[in-house]
Design a binder for this molecule. Sequence first.
Ligand SMILES: *Cc1c(COP(=O)(O)O)cnc(C)c1O
Length: 424
Amino acid sequence: MAGSKIERRKAFLDGCGPETRAIHAPILDLAASRGHLNPSGLGEARASSALGSVGQSSVGFDSLGDYEAADAAGRAPYGGAEYGVVLSPEAEAVCAKFARLHGGAGAVVCASGLAAIATVLDAFAPRAVLIPDGLYFPAWRYLSETGRAELLTYPAGASGEEVAALIREAGTRVAPAETMLYLEAPASGTFEIPDIAGLVAAARAAGIRTVMDNTWGSHVRFRPLDHGIALAVQATTKYEGGYGDTPSGIVVARDEADLARLRRQLRISGNGAVSPQTCTRLLHRVDSAEHRLDRHAATAAKLMGWFEDRPFTADILSPVRAASPYHARFRQYFGAGNSLFTVVFDEGVPVERVQAFVDALLLFRVAESWGGHVSLVLPVHPRRDPAMRQGGAMFRFNAGLEEAGDLIADLEQAARAAFLENLA
Ligand SMILES: *Cc1c(COP(=O)(O)O)cnc(C)c1O
């Protein structure tokens, strides 16, 4: 392959459509942007809100009486809390918006999706947590490292009966009030979907609190509270911000009592200190989440279609596909897809060839996270136990907002470079 990767990318972009160029032209050279995929800001939230508190810590009051009233209520007359670190007016606006989108009593916003998960676990401090075996790895690590709760693992595609049996087992040691059922669906690398209604019914019968990591579906595809789940978590780092520049997470509570516990936990931990700029972006961008998700899903479908016809593809993991064992549950609960799918490469293809293919891609960046405007690719480690991995190499793709034809042209040129040149 002639030229540096930057030169090849530049030449490739010359043949791309305007939407693809708008996304990629500012980030030709990742070293120059220090790895940032959106250095100059794209999307609707470029302009900041006029009422911005711009990251204040101290909030001023005209009198001691005003201050004391605000301190007692935990609220300033200007919006936000009596102390700007605890809750800015922008954060409060974001919380109100997400509470509305989910039909909940209220919400809290945290500085990352993981901080939102940690806030739930800390606020309710369960002594036993039932988790899916495909659990988002950092959440599993948090549970493991803090070591406060006994972990009972159920299959990510479990039935209600399987989880009911596990709840009975937990019940022999821990009271229901101290037990939590944790759902995440579809699983973020391999996309299993459990019988959500069955799981929730089992938890309700046992009097166990439920929480769901709803990052995959966002409120656009699934509203956990409508399905009897008490707490919905979303890594708003992903689809709601949409341009890779809103590190944040949200927890929506169905009832006031749970909301009060979450708010109190943030006072204790300080994990609710989210930059007002991030909150402002989120507030505006969330309005276009549905539109973007539809476009992500349409592009992902086209990319999956391309992979289906390749001799090096052994399988494509996505509940959107009729061939998926989770397709019926996908239709029941989510109805439409998102940007993600995982390609299982044929076992007969040497892993170095697959790696060469990934490295030859010019529009797809190698990067963690997903849900943003730039197409991404990352190796999948679906289970912490390597012995449980499937045969061939697995890579998860995030279909970005570029023009689908350009992304397919990129896949074509990378496949030629990695697979055909080498056969010659
Ligand atoms: C990304 C992600 C998170 C955590 O979000 P961060 O903002 O990166 O901490 C949580 N759950 C799922 C399913 C995710 O994909």
